[in-house]
Design a binder for this molecule. Structure first.
Ligand SMILES: Cc1cc2nc3c(=O)[nH]c(=O)nc-3n(C[C@H](O)[C@H](O)[C@H](O)COP(=O)(O)OP(=O)(O)OC[C@H]3O[C@@H](n4cnc5c(N)ncnc54)[C@H](O)[C@@H]3O)c2cc1C
Length: 486
């Protein structure tokens, strides 16, 4: 039997790779982790979730300062934003989290960390900087990069992606954002709030196109009301540069009218491509396509001892999905437990203000799957805490399937991502709706909306005329004391 230096080798030190490395090393597997950048942490820490949420919070505070009169406070004239200071705050948050994702920490857990760009020399070994590293099992967790769309002129025009946007030296006066997915939407609002004039160009007629239109439109309206300009049903015709801080994007709108948009900067956020180049995959029979590596439900590639996890599979490009998949890899590759992925209750959230958080199926998905469903809704304007907070926009939607079991929940409103966590627990734990409805929630909290939407399912059943008739008969209830309407 062949022997290898390592039990498991992992390529990529982001959310997925770090989860596998920590799990495998702590279970006693001799673990090798290879990262091409100078530090561990991946996109989420350096160019994704962490900097974006830090920026969003800064922009939110600035927005609150500018809207102080809405809270009965004196109006404040706020000075313009010094983006270098914002970027400094972002780097300081990254730096704090970096300690947790350091080489030293992984070494203390038992994993060997090496930095460089490995190439598979055969299906059990990689070559890097003149050395060969052989492992019994491998995990490819190289993540994804911003996709570069084939727009005419883009290749000759300076543009920003999530790699540059968090470390700019000064706030752009104006920005054209190409795409209207979660990253584009979050950045559009954050930069607008900081003072940038923002134009968003979207090919389809809806932003956040995976979401139900009614929910996405509420986000659209919220951003429009803050001054973000949207160009929906618009295709990019040509992009050109007239200097370092003078870019032009010519778009064609639904009615075929060409419109010229000019701005200091262009941010490209039209999707992600898997990081698969220069790994030598062609030579080792590992199948992949444009979207990512082909994996089965145990996260094995077409070479059964080579696993993949995270964005590189092209499935659910979220940090928590990468971590979940990393855990599945550890079960299969280290524990030898044949655990399969199940994305039924994988939640996600767009951190716009208001946030849009989802779990399970929305109406779009249920229709596509041919599932009959019913929808129950409650609005945040009926939630006392929401009103106290000055939040009036948004609603919760609960979808019940054919057997009146929940198939999905979407929340658009303040702290929706946090509110969704009750559903994460309830749905994973198969908690009965009646339990949620009867559980006492603290007043006044935003979370009461979860209980209320379940109540809206039970109310017509409890207060039906049949029940009323029965009670009247058995307990001689006398009925209405007032004949007013309602
Ligand atoms: C702006 C933005 C905001 C986001 N916000 C959120 C959010 O709020 N919530 C959320 O859940 N997700 C968010 N995401 C998505 C999240 O960042 C990714 O889903 C997550 O980082 C995927 O983890 P990963 O381990 O697959 O990839 P990564 O974290 O990118 O890690 C891959 C690692 O592999 C390394 N690597 C690449 N190629 C090689 C190679 N050839 N050799 C060695 N190493 C290599 C990379 O340097 C990197 O360190 C956001 C993404 C962006 C861009």
């Amino acid at each position: 039997m062949a022997t290898y230096d390592f039990d498991i080798g992992i390529i990529g030190g982001g959310a997925a790779g770090l989860t596998v490395a920590a799990g495998a090393a702590q279970l006693g597997a001799k673990t090798l982790l290879i990262e091409k950048e100078e530090e561990l942490g991946g996109d989420c820490l350096h160019y994704g979730c962490v900097p974006s949420k830090t920026l969003i919070r800064t922009a939110q505070v600035y927005h609150l300062m500018k809207t102080s009169t809405e809270f009965g406070l004196p109006g404040v004239k706020v000075p313009p934003v010094a983006y270098a200071d914002v970027a400094k705050r972002i780097q300081s948050v990254i730096g704090t989290i970096q300690e947790h994702d350091s080489e030293e920490r992984f070494c203390s857990l038992g994993a060997k960390v090496v930095f460089g760009s490995p190439v598979f020399s055969d299906d059990h070994a990689v070559r890097m900087d003149g050395e060969t590293y052989a492992a019994k099992r491998w995990v490819i967790a190289t993540g994804s990069s911003p996709a570069a769309p084939p727009f005419e002129g883009l290749a000759h025009t300076p543009y920003l992606t999530n790699k540059e946007i968090f470390s700019l030296e000064r706030l752009p006066q104006s920005m054209i954002i190409l795409g209207a997915g979660p990253i584009a939407t979050e950045m559009a609002q954050a930069f607008r709030r900081l003072g940038t004039e923002v134009h968003v160009v979207q090919r389809s007629g809806q932003i956040l196109s995976k979401e139900d239109k009614d929910m996405a439109d509420l986000v659209l309206e919220a951003l429009r009301s803050e001054g973000v300009r949207f160009y929906l049903n618009s295709t990019v015709q040509h992009i050109s540069s007239h200097g370092e801080d003078s870019q032009e994007v010519v778009i064609k709108q639904g009615d075929n009218t060409p419109v010229s948009l000019k701005a200091e900067k262009i941010l490209v956020a039209v999707g992600r491509s898997p990081n698969l180049t220069n790994l030598g995959l062609d030579g080792i029979d590992v199948a992949f396509n444009r979207k990512g590596l082909t994996v089965d439900d145990r996260m094995r590639t077409t070479q059964k001892h080579i696993y993949a996890a995270g964005d590189v599979t092209g499935a659910f490009q979220f940090t928590h999905a990468a971590g979940y998949e990393g855990g599945i890899v550890v079960s299969n590759a280290v524990f030898h437990l044949p655990r399969k992925v199940d994305y039924t209750w994988l939640p996600w959230c767009t951190y716009s203000d208001p946030e849009l958080a989802s779990i399970g199926m929305n109406e779009k998905m249920a229709k596509e799957a041919g599932i009959n469903y019913s929808v129950f809704e409650e609005a945040f304007k009926g939630n006392d805490r929401s009103l106290a907070e000055g939040e009036r926009v948004g609603k919760i939607k609960m979808l019940l399937g054919e057997k009146e079991k929940p198939i999905g929940v979407q929340i658009l409103g303040p702290h929706a991502g946090e509110l969704l966590n009750e559903w994460v627990a309830a749905l994973n734990g198969k908690v009965k709706l009646s339990t949620l409805a009867s559980a006492v929630h603290p007043y006044p909290t935003l979370g009461e909306i979860n209980k209320k939407v379940v109540g809206s399912y039970f109310s017509p059943k409890i207060f039906s005329s049949k029940v009323k008739k029965g009670l009247k008969l058995f307990f001689q209830l006398k009925g209405r004391a007032c004949e007013g309407e309602g």
